[in-house]
Structures are given as structure tokens and as C-alpha cells.
Design a protein around this ligand. Structure first.
Ligand code: DX5
Ligand code: ZN
Length: 217
């Protein structure tokens, strides 16, 4: 079952709760981009925001950690109530340890891959994760253009999942709109993060509708 995850990176931060309530009428999960100013140039938000939004809304939270060596932060995000947490393979010396901590904390565990990171890195990880986050832009900013060659990577990962017969979902993040979503869906993605396509629209409900409709075309 495909799902749209609005990325609150493109929301109005001064009215974050209102922004979340707005999209929570149409989706059951949002995407929370955590940036540390080292793995990526920007700094965004931390576990305190996850916790505050948990108190405001029942909507599930998918936390994307764009953070160098994120292991020390995992307990805080788990305690804050994160429902899914992904760590970047490029940022973790000990990926399996991070995955174990996330799962033991009761959340779904994912690994994220930068566009230049080959799918082959998943060979020794795929059995251990609940989802793979394939970045379709270089992480760090909302509103960037989708990298078309990522469609090959989505297909390659979908093939690996099928060959290994593991219940792993493919999530895509970056430049997702009504043109790129159907291409990713066709390639095998199931979870679609969309920031600017939703929050830059005046009517977020209509924007989500447009994305959902594009999946049917
Ligand atoms: C990029 C973030 C994305 C971002 C996507 O580093 O990981 O989640 O919010 O934004 P759009 O959909 O505008 O490309
Ligand atoms: Zn993200």
C-alpha cells in the first residue's frame, strides 16, 4: 500500500503544530528531517520537536537522521516517540548497532542511501531493516530536482528485496511530485516523502490529492 509522507522541513516552523494538523487530515504519517550541520550543511530540529508534535497529534513520525554518527541520539528520539527512524549508511561506522537500537526501542528501522551510494551496500543490511530510504536528491535542502538515475537504483533494490524475500519497504525522498511519483512507484517504491510539493501549495489537501491521483495514472 503506497503512502504519502509530508516532510515538515518545508512547513512554516513558527506554526508547526497547525501545519501538522493541516496534513494529518489526509495522511497518517509525517516525515521529520533532522540535520546536524555536519553530515549536511543545515541544522533543523531535534528530538524535542518530535516529542512536542507527539503531544499535539496522533500522526506517526518517520524520523530521517541526516546526522554524523547518530547512535548517541537514538535513545532521545525513541523516548520522544519516533515511529520510524532511518540512519544514513554513509554516516554510521556501525550500522547494525544503530538498527538494533532502533528496533529494541520499538520503532521501525531504516537505512538511508545518498544518491551516489550504490545499492550493493544493502547486501549485508537488507535482512535487518524494515525499510530502505533511497535519497532521490542529495540530502540537505527541500525543493531540489529529482535525480532520474535513481530510478535504476529503486529497481535494483526492489530486485534485491524480491530475491532475498524480505518484507522491506522502499521509501523515496527528494524532488517527489506528481511527475516523479508515478515513476518511482512503477520502479518499486511504496513510501513517498514530499516536502515542497505539499507545503509550498496553498491548499495542502489538494496537493496531497494530486499526488495520490498521479499514482493512479
Ligand atoms: C532533503 C530532505 C527531504 C526534503 C524533501 O534533505 O531529506 O525530506 O524535505 O523535500 P522536497 O520534497 O521539497 O524535495
Ligand atoms: Zn528526508
Amino acid at each position: 500500500m503506497m503512502k504519502i509522507l509530508p516532510s515538515i522541513l518545508s512547513a512554516h516552523f513558527a506554526y508547526l503544530a497547525d501545519e501538522v494538523h493541516d496534513v494529518a487530515r489526509d495522511v497518517d504519517m509525517i516525515h521529520v528531517d533532522v540535520m546536524d550541520g555536519r553530515f549536511v550543511p543545515n541544522i533543523t530540529m531535534g528530538a524535542n520537536v518530535v516529542e512536542a508534535l507527539k503531544r499535539e497529534s496522533k500522526v506517526a513520525q518517520d524520523v530521517h537522521l541526516m546526522v554524523e554518527e547518530p547512535i548517541h541520539l537514538l535513545p532521545d528520539f525513541l523516548a520522544a516517540g519516533a515511529d520510524m527512524i532511518s540512519v544514513h549508511v554513509e554516516a554510521c561506522k556501525h550500522v547494525h548497532r544503530a538498527i538494533q537500537i532502533i528496533k529494541e526501542g520499538g520503532a521501525k528501522a531504516g537505512v538511508a542511501l545518498n544518491p551516489a551510494t550504490p545499492a550493493a551496500v544493502l547486501d549485508s543490511i537488507l535482512r535487518d531493516v524494515d525499510y530502505v530510504l533511497i535519497m532521490t536528491v542529495d540530502p540537505g535542502f527541500g525543493g531540489q530536482r529529482f535525480i532520474p538515475s535513481m530510478l535504476h537504483k529503486i529497481r535494483a533494490v526492489a530486485r534485491m528485496i524480491q530475491e532475498k524475500q524480505v518484507p522491506v519497504k522502499i521509501e523515496v525522498d527528494g524532488g517527489i511530485n506528481s511527475e516523479t511519483l508515478p515513476l518511482c512507484l512503477e520502479a518499486g517504491a511504496e513510501l513517498f516523502v514530499a516536502g515542497s510539493a505539499i507545503f509550498n501549495a496553498e491548499d495542502r489537501h489538494a496537493a496531497i490529492e494530486t499526488l495520490l491521483r498521479s499514482a493512479q495514472e
